[in-house]
Write a protein that binds this ligand. Structure first.
Ligand SMILES: Nc1nc2c(ncn2[C@@H]2O[C@H](COP(=O)(O)OP(=O)(O)O)[C@@H](O)[C@H]2O)c(=O)[nH]1
Ligand SMILES: [Mg+2]
Length: 204
């Protein structure tokens, strides 16, 4: 019988940086825990966590996340780590977008990118909230676009960036809504550094 405390204890004993032998042992332990947890629906969340760890370990994957205020040097640090100027660097604040950099694979070649766009519902949610703040009700993204100049005239200064990005980016990005766009390094740099493009991209 495994309880949650015991499984956490086993995980605590697993070395964080491992030689090949340690990795094999860790994999074995995780598989054992995974098997025992299958019979315990109450520990579904723990099982999910262990599954994710198993997958990462088997594929030799790990994530380094960089957080920081604008112009803290996150992109410069990531480029130094990659040994290549992948992310655009600027003394001025860039967009608040999240980039995930992966090693190249047979399917996802080096210096290629996939940009994921918000769907109609996500865009409409964002827009509805912003329009409500200026006392306007919109029913569709197209309607929001037709009313954007009115919103720009009445909105507070902080909301101007939002409405301007929507206004300037809509025509170019309309056809991408709800889709993914594959491109090269130039496409990625162009998207990540332009508010009018980032506005239409998913950020999760
Ligand atoms: N002096 C100094 N400047 C840095 C350093 N790292 C980055 N910068 C500069 O700080 C600015 C912002 O860097 P960036 O990497 O774009 O920051 P991000 O907004 O956090 O991604 C750029 O002008 C960089 O050249 C550092 O270690 N020392
Ligand atoms: Mg940056």
């Amino acid at each position: 019988m495994v309880n949650e405390d015991k499984s956490v204890k086993i995980l605590d004993n697993i070395p964080s940086h491992s030689s090949n032998q340690h990795t094999k042992e860790t994999l074995q332990k995780l598989k054992e825990i995974d098997l025992e947890l299958s019979e315990l629906p109450a520990l579904h969340d723990t099982k999910k966590l262990i599954h994710a760890q198993l997958e990462r370990l088997e594929n030799q994957q790990f994530t380094v996340s960089l957080f920081g205020a604008f112009s803290a040097g996150k992109s410069s640090f990531a480029n130094a780590l990659l040994g290549k100027e992948v992310l655009p660097v600027s003394p001025n604040p860039m967009t608040a977008s999240i980039s995930r950099i992966h090693p190249a694979t047979d399917e996802a070649l080096d210096e290629t990118c996939v940009i994921t766009f918000k769907n109609q519902d996500q865009l409409l949610d964002d827009l509805t909230q912003a329009y409500q703040k200026v006392g306007m009700i919109i029913q569709s993204v197209d309607e929001a676009f037709s009313q954007v100049d009115v919103a720009l005239k009445t909105c507070e200064r902080e909301a101007k960036t939002f409405f301007t990005a929507f206004k300037n980016g809509y025509v170019n990005n309309r056809s991408h809504i709800g889709k993914e766009l594959e491109g090269n390094l130039e496409t990625y740099r162009q998207y990540v550094s332009n508010e009018e493009h980032v506005f239409f991209c998913r950020n999760d």
